[in-house]
Design a protein. Sequence first.
Length: 119
Amino acid sequence: MSASGNLRENLRQMIAVLQAERQAFAGLDLDAIMGCTRDKIALCGTIDECGPFVDGSEIDEECRGLLDAARRLNEVNRQVRNLIAANVASRLDALTGGPALYKAGAVQRPAYGYAGPRS
């Protein structure tokens, strides 16, 4: 099989794993999520072995479409992971009765005031 054929088959497998990962997120199935993570790592290594397609000259239209689909699925899964993590963090905050120790974008102000220089 050619390098492009190997890449095509590996990308199809990656798309299947990304779809399975989305289903695992929907069911909050930790074992399935971890299995998908292992599969993605293995497939990334296999895709790397297909060769460097730096200029894209050897990638046909079907592979480009598969790459685009895999990118979009991975981005959606990343957003779902972030939403789940934010939900867990807010529930933990509610249980402990305290605010989060770190909030992205929040400016930490000291508890004391600033008195400018004396004249």
